[in-house]
Design a protein around this ligand. Structure first.
Ligand code: PXG
Length: 289
C-alpha cells in the first residue's frame, strides 16, 4: 500500500507522523472520507470543498491548493490500483510544541492520503436493517464545536459509538442539548412519513453530509416530498421508515430504535428505492483517475 504523505508516496510501514503533530496531541486538524466506484471518485469536488471549509473554520491554512489536492487523491488511487476504494484525506495543524498554540506549528500542516479497500457493513444489514439506540451522550453543541466542521476531534461521537457497542447494536442516534435528533455517530438520519422524506436541518447540529445532500436531490427527482425539519425520537418511532446516510454506509435501513420496531420492522420501499437509485448514480458519476 502506498500512502501520500507531505508531497511523497511512501510505503505503509514508513507512513509515520511526529508525536509532536498537533493532530495527534490535540485532535487539531480536519479530514474527509471519500469513495470511488468503478475508477470514478464520487462527489470529489464536494469533499474537497468541505475539507477546505472545515480547515478554514478552524483557521488552518491547507498548504496546497484545491486543484493540487484533487490531483493527489487521484494519484493515490492510481498508485494503489484500486477500482473501488475508500479514501481518507487528513490535514493536521502540523508539528508544534507541547502547548495548544497553533502558531507554534511552523511547518504548516501535515497532509496524508490513504486509499484502501472499502470495509462495508455486511450485506445482511442492507437486507434486514440495522438496530440502533439513542445515545445518552449529547452531540457537541454548535456553540461549543460546530458539528459542520469535520475535525479530527471525534471523541464526542466515539463515546456514543461505545454506548451502541455496549448495547450490542450498530449505531447510535445523538441528540442536541435540547433533545432534538442531530445525527448518528458517523451518518445522517432520515425518516419516511406518508411518502415524505424528512431529515433534521444541518443547523440542528449535524454534519452537512454529502450523501445526505445527494439523497435529498434523488428523492425530489423521484417525485417524493422532502422536508428538513427538527425531529424528536418519537417522530422516528412512529415513522413508516428510517434510514441512515453516509459515504461509507451509503443508505442503510434502520428497523429498530431502542428495541422498538420502526414501520413494519423491515426495510421499506422508499429506502430501497433510494438505495437502488443511489447505487445507479455512483456507478456512472464521478472523477476518473
Ligand atoms: N455525520 C457524521 C458525524 C459523520 O462523521 C456523516 C454524518 C455522513 O457524511 P457524508 O458526507 O459521508 O455523507 C459523517 C461521515 C467511518 C466514518 O469510518 C464515517 C464518517 C466519518 C468518519 C469515519 O464509518 N462519516
Amino acid at each position: 500500500m502506498k500512502i501520500y504523505l507531505d508531497g511523497k508516496f511512501v510505503d505503509k510501514k514508513n507512513a509515520k507522523v511526529s508525536i509532536f503533530d498537533h493532530g495527534l496531541l490535540y485532535g487539531d486538524g480536519v479530514f474527509e472520507g471519500i469513495r470511488s466506484y468503478n475508477w470514478l471518485v464520487f462527489k470529489l469536488k464536494e469533499h474537497i470543498d468541505r475539507l477546505y471549509r472545515s480547515a478554514s473554520a478552524i483557521r488552518l491554512k491547507v498548504p496546497i491548493s484545491k486543484k493540487k489536492m484533487t490531483n493527489v487523491v487521484k494519484a493515490t488511487l492510481r498508485k494503489n490500483n484500486l477500482k473501488d476504494a475508500y479514501v481518507r484525506l487528513v490535514v493536521t495543524r502540523g508539528v508544534g510544541d507541547l502547548g495548544l498554540d497553533p502558531r507554534k506549528c511552523k511547518r504548516g500542516g501535515t497532509i496524508f492520503v490513504i486509499a484502501d479497500k472499502i470495509a462495508l457493513y455486511p450485506k445482511r444489514f442492507y437486507e434486514k436493517g440495522l438496530r440502533i439506540i439513542t445515545a445518552k451522550t449529547r452531540r457537541n453543541s454548535p456553540e461549543a464545536l460546530d458539528p459542520r466542521i469535520k475535525s479530527l476531534n471525534y471523541l464526542n461521537n466515539i463515546l456514543a459509538k461505545i454506548e451502541s457497542i455496549d448495547a450490542g447494536v450498530q449505531e447510535a442516534i445523538m441528540l442536541t442539548n435540547d433533545g432534538f435528533v442531530a445525527e448518528c455517530t458517523g451518518d445522517n438520519v432520515f425518516i419516511v412519513d406518508n411518502n415524505t422524506v424528512i431529515t433534521p436541518p444541518v443547523e440542528a447540529g449535524a454534519l452537512d453530509g454529502i450523501t445526505r445532500g445527494t439523497v435529498i436531490k434523488l428523492a425530489r427527482k423521484k417525485g417524493l416530498r422532502v422536508k428538513e425539519r427538527m425531529l424528536v425520537i418519537k417522530d422516528l418511532l412512529k415513522a413508516d421508515e428510517c434510514f441512515l446516510t453516509g459515504t461509507a454506509a451509503e443508505i442503510i435501513p434502520v428497523i429498530k430504535i431502542d428495541k422498538k420496531r420502526i414501520g413494519k420492522g423491515k426495510p421499506g420501499p422508499v429506502t430501497n428505492l433510494l438505495l437502488s437509485e443511489y447505487r445507479k448514480l455512483t456507478s456512472v458519476n464521478g472523477v476518473r483517475y
